[in-house]
Write a protein that binds this ligand. Sequence first.
Ligand SMILES: [Zn+2]
Length: 166
Amino acid sequence: MSVLETLVVDIVELRRRTGTRREVAATLMLDDMAVSDRSVVDGRIDVALTVEAITEGIVAHGKISGVTRVPCRRCLDDVDGPMTLDFHEIFESEPTDGETWPINDERIDLTPVIREAALLSLPLAPVCGDDCVGPEPARFPTGAYKEAEPVKDDRWAALDGLHFDE
Ligand SMILES: [Zn+2]
């Protein structure tokens, strides 16, 4: 399997007959695979696609995968997580804006399509673990996240020992 910076597939052979297909397996290393502090680790995306000639043009379908790295929303530590996406995109000579992708010079460029799919899949606000209590649990208790024991306030403890005689 090759490591590539772009993934362009020549479709001349495929287009000779509808239904012709070709497997595309590669590892992409893309620059700028980040949205602020959320990223795909090393810009590395493993691609396992089938590219197939259909009446309208070309369909590319299969899976793309990588590792996402996003700060935990509670403690801000980096959280790495698996990214596996079902990929299904259509390429046409005259693409529909926002729906299909272009065929240029009998080639399809999968790079921007894969980039967009991967960036859109970055988690927004993960937690590093269900038990993450954040950086300063004493100051910022996370009772909303789990069934916390009611915290007894020491200031009231003294009252427990008091008895009021009528
Ligand atoms: Zn955390």
